[in-house]
Design a protein around this ligand. Structure first.
Ligand code: SDX
Length: 427
């Protein structure tokens, strides 16, 4: 559709093409704005600004819709394996059985990490936050895989992708085991991708690993739910770092650091800490609701609100249901779940939250399941990163294949105008 948008400023009118996405989203293409008018736009937080055209994930924030490559998150969470979703996001189609088997075989062939990496891990104090450790280890992987630095051909890109899909779970498992003082072992390549992750994370040195279908299914679902989310903060970081041709592993390391923030992926840890504080406070949710609404109090209701969803986050609905199922199946009665549900009910009935369309997001209930699976609170955001890995890879690959220009926003300067230098003796 060759639609046009007009911008009028003083006695001039400027014309811009309007583009329409496959889900009928409209965007004004302002590529020629500065050339035509000498002006730029400004939009802190990019709330109204698209950075790219992407074919990977579709969100409708008003209707609470999330789809990966056209498949609904509800279908994928219920029917797919995480490795199928990894393949779907990165290579655009759900794999046929032989393609999936070949992909898994290539991953298994790369599922080792250079022993020297353990020395880097040894350099961290036990008190180090796992997200800082994971970002460093991911960056350190570059040194052991130099030809993955700037994969540009399809062959190099596939090799780099398989390497990081294979090795990232080892880094995640070793990061947790280091903190727990457990030996840094491998899992069992004959197991499925997610079961092997669980074995690497939880196998005790002196015990046989026993599979628990409830736990593996819960982990599979959680990883799928976190796998991609269009141009969120950490994905935009991966794209902009990758746009300088910094390479996949370096771009991922930057994405991990962006995800760490409590306003983004770090919220799942902050939610649990908030719920535990409420529990310690005798379950006084009203006090925390008041804090969340008090403009003079920096406290926010963690796990609530979203830049895009102004309706329920569809992932939160699925995770809330899964939390009930997992705790029930594992015979766990966690008072924190009751506090979370009480807080959600209160917020959904409170005018402050209703007016601002603040609903539970993906981080509100996820920590309750991670806790039930025996994952330490500080590892929650690492689990988010493990899920988001395929999304980051897919977005980085799309950006490179589309030969997108280096990301370099403009600004409006509001500082001092020209002034002469004054020698120190005269100041
Ligand atoms: C993720 O982008 C993604 O897709 C991210 C993610 C993904 O999959 O990648 O979905 C994962 O990061 C989920 C979000 C996790 N973060 C949190 O749960 C932290 C708490 N939430 C907020 O900090 C906030 O809601 C954000 C950061 C998520 C969104 O912030 P916005 O879009 O910039 O909204 P805003 O700060 O402009 O808030 C609008 C209003 C403000 O009040 P007023 O100035 O209008 O009076 O709503 C208020 C805010 O103060 N508000 C909250 C609130 N969130 C927004 N008030 C209390 N508690 C909150 N949680």
């Amino acid at each position: 559709m060759s639609d046009k948008a007009l911008l009028q400023y003083q006695d001039k009118t400027f014309e811009f093409p309007v583009i329409q996405g496959s889900e009928n989203e409209l965007a004004i293409d302002i590529k020629t704005l500065r050339a035509q008018s000498g002006m730029i736009t400004i939009d802190p937080g990019f709330k109204n600004t698209g950075s790219c055209e992407s074919a990977i994930t579709f969100l409708d924030g008003e209707k609470g819709i999330l789809r990966y490559r056209g498949y609904s998150i509800e279908d994928l969470a219920e029917k797919a394996t995480f490795l199928e979703v990894v393949y779907l996001l990165i290579f655009r189609e759900l794999p046929k059985a032989d393609a999936l088997a070949a992909f898994q075989k290539d991953i298994v062939a790369e599922s080792h990490v250079d022993e020297e990496m353990k020395k880097i891990l040894d350099g961290f104090p036990k008190s180090a936050h796992p997200m800082g450790v994971l970002a460093s280890l991911t960056s350190a992987l570059i040194s052991f895989n130099p030809n993955s630095v700037n994969a540009s051909s399809d062959k190099e890109m596939y090799a780099a992708i398989v390497r990081i899909v294979a090795k990232f779970p080892v880094l995640v498992a070793w990061t947790m085991r280091k903190k727990k003082g457990l030996p840094l072992d491998y899992g069992d390549d004959s197991l499925g991708y997610v079961e092997n992750i669980h074995k690497m994370m939880f196998k005790k040195p002196s015990q046989e690993y026993t599979k628990n279908k409830v736990i593996i299914d819960a982990l599979n679902k959680l990883l799928i739910l976190h796998a991609d989310h269009e141009q969120n903060c950490s994905t935009s970081t991966v794209r902009i770092v990758g746009s300088s041709h910094a390479g996949l592993f370096a771009s991922l390391s930057a994405g991990i650091s962006a995800l760490w923030g409590p306003l983004h992926g770090g919220a799942n840890q902050a939610v649990l800490e908030m719920l535990e504080a409420i529990e310690a406070d005798g379950g006084d949710t009203k006090k925390y609701m008041a804090k969340a609404k008090d403009k003079n109090d920096p406290f926010r209701l963690m796990g609530f609100g979203h830049r895009v969803y102004k309706n329920f986050d569809p992932r939160a609905k699925i995770i809330k249901k899964a939390a009930d199922e997992v705790l029930n199946d594992l015979g766990i009665d966690d008072p924190i779940l009751a506090i979370a549900k009480g807080l959600e009910k209160e917020a959904l009935e409170d005018p402050y939250f209703v007016e601002r369309k603040l609903y539970p997001n993906v981080d509100f209930y996820s920590g309750i399941i991670y806790r039930a699976l025996g994952i330490p609170t500080e590892m929650f955001t690492v689990m988010f990163a493990l899920g988001r890995l395929p999304g980051w890879i897919a977005q980085w690959k799309e950006m490179r294949e589309n030969n997108e220009p280096i990301g370099r926003p403009r600004q409006v300067y509001i500082g001092e105008n020209f002034r002469d230098f004054v020698p120190v003796e005269n100041r």
